[in-house]
Design a protein around this ligand. Structure first.
Ligand SMILES: Nc1ncnc2c1ncn2[C@@H]1O[C@H](COP(=O)(O)OP(=O)(O)OP(=O)(O)O)[C@@H](O)[C@H]1O
Ligand SMILES: [Mg+2]
Length: 323
């Protein structure tokens, strides 16, 4: 374009010189050339401007593209970090729940061990500690310590998927739970009546079902003490059972669940107890366990106490030897 402009300018100058020396009237071509030159100049200027604009847009686009890539990378990084943080949070919550659950389940054996220690001291002073006493003492304390160890294992497994499944007899599980609370319940004058046949078996994690039952009867114990009930009775009986499912009732005469929380007792952190006495996690965990075993757990108040109804799918007991 510049070359053409130069040609026009040179041509204009040449025409002017020729017209000047030849006396030939060349005004018209000169005007035409001048107008064309101006027009070319203008077009050239416009073109230059367009090219500049295009370059500017191109460079802006380029930097925008670069920025966009960086922004996408940043955004992706942020999303990955956020997902990781959420995962961590969920893990921490599960860990917290596990710690609460372990603390909750350890309360009872720790109380029992403290009681054995006190008893040992006083019995030693009274001179009744002999070999048979020591044997029983060891048996009882070992049972409590084993329970604490099992609790840890169980809760560690509880938060791990694919834990082992087993077939177990309900009556054996109840007997095992009652062995654990035997002394504590004796001290608190609580009588437990069990009416459960040998023919009811479940499949799942026995320890978890044991903990569910432990939570329920420990709540009754707390209620008996809070209300200072004189004649304390817990009844565990089968409401109905067939080859598909069984419904077990846990009934106490401890005055019943406070009305204002009866609809939400299975939610976490619902408690009427002082912080050192209860965390409000026992029934929540129990419901989780029942659901995990494809069962249900419901609560209601009866005339003078509370009733918990546990329904679980049953399996054949044939493979398990009788106790
Ligand atoms: N048998 C019962 N009799 C009367 N109230 C009960 C009974 N079982 C449960 N409750 C009420 O339900 C609440 C929730 O029970 P849950 O076992 O979930 O928690 P908690 O016993 O308060 O604390 P945690 O079990 O964590 O030590 C109790 O605080 C109590 O008020
Ligand atoms: Mg409880």
């Amino acid at each position: 374009m510049r070359t053409m402009l130069m040609i026009f300018i040179i041509a204009t100058v040449l025409v002017s010189i020729v017209s000047h020396y030849s006396g030939f009237d060349t005004h018209l071509p000169i005007y035409i050339l001048a107008v064309v030159s101006i027009a070319v100049l203008y077009v050239n200027y416009q073109l230059q401007k367009k090219i500049e604009e295009k370059r500017e847009i191109e460079s802006k686009l380029k930097s925008l593209n670069e920025n966009l890539e960086a922004r996408i990378q940043e955004e992706l990084q942020f999303k990955v970090e956020q997902a990781h943080a959420l995962e961590q949070q969920a893990k921490m919550a599960a860990m917290g729940e596990m710690m609460d659950a372990v603390a909750h389940q350890w309360k009872q054996p720790l109380n029992a061990l403290t009681m054995y220690e006190t008893l040992l001291k006083s019995d030693f002073k009274e001179g009744v500690v002999n070999q048979a006493y020591i044997d029983r003492f060891l048996e009882d304390t070992t049972a409590q310590i084993n329970h604490m160890v099992n609790t840890l294992d169980e809760f560690r497994d509880f938060f791990r998927p694919n834990q082992k499944q087993e077939i177990f007899r309900l009556r054996d599980s109840i007997a095992s739970v009652l062995r654990l609370v035997k002394d504590e319940f004796l001290k608190n004058r609580i009588v437990v009546s069990v009416d459960v046949g040998l023919g009811i078996c479940f499949e799942g994690n026995e320890n978890e079902i044991k903990h569910l039952m432990l939570n329920i009867i420990n709540n009754s114990k707390d209620a008996f003490n809070e209300r200072n009930v004189q004649k304390r009775l817990i009844t565990i009986k089968v409401l109905h059972a067939n080859q598909n499912q069984a419904t077990i009732e846990f009934i106490d005469n401890a005055g019943g669940i406070p009305e204002h929380i009866i609809d939400k007792v299975f939610r976490p952190n619902v408690t009427t107890k002082a912080p050192d006495k209860g965390t409000g996690i026992g029934l929540y965990m129990s419901m989780q366990i029942a659901n995990k075993h494809h069962g249900t757990l419901v609560a209601q108040n009866i005339q003078d106490g509370a009733l918990f109804r546990l329904t679980l799918p049953t399996v054949e007991c044939q493979k398990i030897p009788k106790e």
